[in-house]
Design a binder for this molecule. Structure first.
Ligand code: PMV
Length: 312
C-alpha cells in the first residue's frame, strides 16, 4: 500500500489581490488533511483504476468519470508526467478531514495527495515543484483563474510568501503563532467570487488597483512582522486587510460579525480568509485568549472552529 497525506491551508494576507500580481502569504494547517491510499487490485484488467472518496460519496472506475472531472485529470496528468500510458490495476482511496469549499484548500489538497501517492506507487516520485505545477492545472478546473497559492503552500507544506508567476519564498517565523479558524457556515464558490471581483475591477479599474496596492503593502508589512515576531502589528495588519476585503465587497455580515466578536474576545486581529462571501475567518490568538476566542466564535454562530499553531 502507498499512502500520502497532505495538509489544508489558510491565506493569512493578500487573497484576491494575489490574482492581480500582488503578494500573498499562506500557511499550511496540519490539523486537517487529505490522505490518498493506493492498493493493488488483484484479478483486475490492467489500466483499471477504482476511485473511492467517501466524503463526496464517490466510488467509480476512473473511465466512468466525466472527462473534465478533477480526479480523472489528476490521474491522467500524473501518468503523462511520468510518460506512462497505462497503469497496473489499482484502488485509490481518498479520505479527508478538510471541509469542502470552506477556504481550507480541499481541492488542491486532494490533487496533491493523489498525484503524490500515485507517483510513489509507480515508483517514480514526482518532485514537489512538479506536483505543485500539475495541481495548478487541476485548480484551473475548480477556480478558473487561480493564482496558484493553494497548490504551492499545500505541496511545500511551509509558510510562504507568494507572487503569481514567480518563485515563492519560504518564510521563517520568529516565534510560533496561534490562529483560530472559524467557519461562517456560509458557502460561496471561489470561481464565482473571483469572477465578480473581476467584473467590478473592469468597471472601476483605478479604485480596484488602488485597493490591491494597499493589500500588497499590508502583505509586505505583515511579512516583516511575521519574521520579527511582532504579533500586535500582525493583528493590526489583519484588521486592515479585512477592511480592504470589505471594500472589495467580498465580506458578508456574518464574516464581519465573526471578526468583530473575535476582536472583542481578545484576538490581536481577525479577517476573512480565502475567497470570502462565506467560508472562514482567521483570528490571531495567544495562549491566554485562545479559549475565549473559540467560545466567542461558537456564540457568534460559527459552524466549526479549530485552533492551529504555526511553528517558528
Ligand atoms: O477560496 P480559497 O481559499 O481557495 O482562496 C481563494 C484565494 C483567491 O485569492 C481569492 C483566489 C486565488 O486563486 O488566489
Amino acid at each position: 500500500m502507498t499512502r500520502a497525506s497532505v495538509p489544508g491551508k489558510i491565506i493569512l494576507f493578500g487573497e484576491h489581490a494575489v490574482v492581480y500580481g500582488r503578494p500573498a502569504i499562506a500557511v499550511p494547517v496540519r490539523q486537517v488533511h487529505v490522505c490518498a491510499e493506493i492498493t493493488r487490485l488483484p484479478n483486475t484488467a490492467p489500466g483499471k483504476v477504482l476511485i473511492e472518496a467517501e466524503s463526496i460519496q464517490l466510488k467509480k472506475w476512473l473511465h466512468e468519470l466525466e472527462s473534465n472531472h478533477p480526479l480523472r485529470h489528476t490521474v491522467q496528468s500524473t501518468l503523462k508526467a511520468l510518460q506512462l500510458d497505462h497503469v497496473p490495476p489499482m484502488h485509490i482511496q481518498i479520505t479527508s478531514t478538510i471541509p469542502i469549499a470552506s477556504g481550507l484548500g480541499s481541492g488542491a489538497a486532494v490533487s496533491i495527495a493523489v498525484l503524490r501517492a500515485l507517483s510513489l506507487h509507480l515508483q517514480h516520485p514526482l518532485p514537489i515543484n512538479v506536483q505543485s505545477e500539475l495541481a495548478f492545472e487541476i485548480e484551473k478546473i475548480h477556480h478558473g483563474t487561480p493564482s496558484g497559492i493553494d497548490n504551492t503552500v499545500i505541496a511545500y507544506d511551509q509558510p510562504l510568501y507568494f507572487v503569481s508567476g514567480q518563485q515563492h519564498e519560504l518564510l521563517t517565523l520568529d516565534s510560533p503563532l496561534i490562529f483560530i479558524v472559524a467557519d461562517s457556515g456560509e458557502r460561496a464558490r471561489t470561481i464565482d467570487v473571483v469572477q465578480s471581483v473581476r467584473e467590478a475591477w473592469r468597471l472601476e479599474k483605478e479604485l480596484y488597483e488602488r485597493i490591491f496596492d494597499e493589500v500588497g503593502q499590508v502583505t509586505n508589512d505583515a511579512r516583516q512582522a511575521l519574521e520579527a515576531g511582532n504579533r500586535p502589528t500582525l493583528g493590526t495588519l489583519m484588521d486592515q486587510n479585512h477592511r480592504l476585503l470589505q471594500q472589495l465587497a467580498v465580506s458578508s455580515p456574518k464574516l464581519d460579525r465573526l471578526t468583530q466578536a473575535a476582536r472583542e474576545a481578545g484576538a490581536l486581529g481577525a479577517k476573512l480568509s480565502g475567497a470570502g462571501r462565506g467560508g472562514n475567518v482567521i483570528c490571531l490568538a495567544e495562549e491566554k485568549t485562545k479559549d475565549d476566542i473559540l467560545d466567542a466564535m461558537n456564540d457568534a454562530g460559527s459552524a466549526w472552529t479549530l485552533a492551529t499553531e504555526i511553528e517558528a
